[in-house]
Design a protein. Structure first.
Length: 327
């Protein structure tokens, strides 16, 4: 949150802040950015104790939490504060104050009218289900560092969310983090290169995200982790990712070839099923010993290729045409 005193002091209305979002006719430009004026919510809109907001009793709209209440800095907000408000469905936006470090579990769970949220750099982590089911949410501004783990279902079923910038130091994205975000088009570039673990349905049905690549250090994905997602082709599976749970890459978009590393094994049912453009699965190593049903769809022209010297392959193999190729 940027205070107007830091931007255009001569235009500062009393008790107002500037919220940077995309430009519209009603917003003013300053120094190459666009700002909308909004009034800080009244202290009486909150129940507050020892630096922590415990309840919200305001009337909704754009909620801008004060940095201090009764002269005491606001540093935390309890779980479900907004979710339990009788005016949850009237809240259209939330700006958490600079200085806040902790957001409670399920903060905006099911907030059907929430359009935008700004979380300050001082927040060091989210606790799960923060914006779950916020079907009107379009934009969230995250801190550049929210810890190394994005918790379960943080933005699950936010069906109108269009863009978000993932912090570059994430190591794990847990189950359902963005599952069902069907309009999400941008995550601020590619997946963070620091990622090692992506949970089940973490990006399930995020079919509009710009073509992704997998981080080189990725070692684990969950069921339906990238179901119906779009990747650059050929899709190169990192050397440490050698197990593929059911449906983990089901229905991939834009991929005509996928390359598996040496040691690739343990393919769950439909792990790469119904990838309608996939025509080649290349294995750099031996034939898998655990191979579930319908791992690949038998589309016309599909084949498995493997490097010369690899063992366990036959032609056909598990019903698929195979071909030995030079590395």
């Amino acid at each position: 949150m940027t205070e107007l005193t830091d931007i255009v002091p001569e235009l500062m209305p009393a008790n107002s802040v500037a919220i940077p979002i995309s430009p519209t006719d009603d917003w003013a430009a300053y120094n190459g950015k666009y700002y909308q004026l909004a009034t800080v919510s009244a202290e009486s809109d909150f129940t507050f104790s020892n630096g922590t907001i415990t309840d919200y009793v305001g009337n909704g709209g754009m909620v801008i939490i004060p940095q201090t209440i009764g002269g005491v800095a606001v540093t935390a907000i309890n779980a479900n504060v907004f979710r339990n408000s009788v005016n949850l469905q009237k809240i259209t936006g939330v700006v958490f104050p600079y200085g806040m470090t902790t957001l409670g579990l399920g903060q905006m769970l099911g907030g059907g009218s929430l359009i935008s949220a700004i979380i300050p750099e001082t927040v060091t982590g989210l606790n799960g289900y923060t914006f779950y089911g916020c079907t009107s949410l379009q934009k969230v501004t995250l801190p550049s560092d929210i810890g190394t783990v994005l918790q379960d279902s943080e933005f699950s079923s936010c069906s109108r969310l269009t863009d978000i910038v993932l912090p570059g130091n994430l190591v794990e994205i847990k189950a359902g983090a963005f599952g069902g975000c069907s309009l999400l088009t941008s995550i601020g570039g590619d997946l963070p290169r620091t990622l090692t673990t992506i949970g089940g349905s973490a990006f399930g049905y995020c079919s509009k995200i710009e073509a992704m690549t997998l981080p080189s250090g990725l070692t684990s994905v969950g069921d339906s982790a990238f179901r119906a997602c779009r990747f650059q082709s050929p899709l190169i599976i990192p050397s440490g990712l050698i197990a593929y749970p059911g449906n983990c890459f089901f229905g991939l978009l834009g991929v005509t070839k996928v390359t598996f590393p040496v040691g690739a094994d343990n393919f769950g049912n439909y792990s790469f099923g119904e990838c309608s453009l996939l025509r080649e699965a290349h294995f750099e190593g031996n034939a898998p010993t655990v191979f579930g049903s319908n791992v690949f769809a038998p589309y016309s022209g599909f084949k498995i290729t493997y490097n010369t010297g690899a063992t366990g392959w036959t032609n056909p193999w598990n019903g698929f045409t195979t071909e030995e190729v030079s590395p």
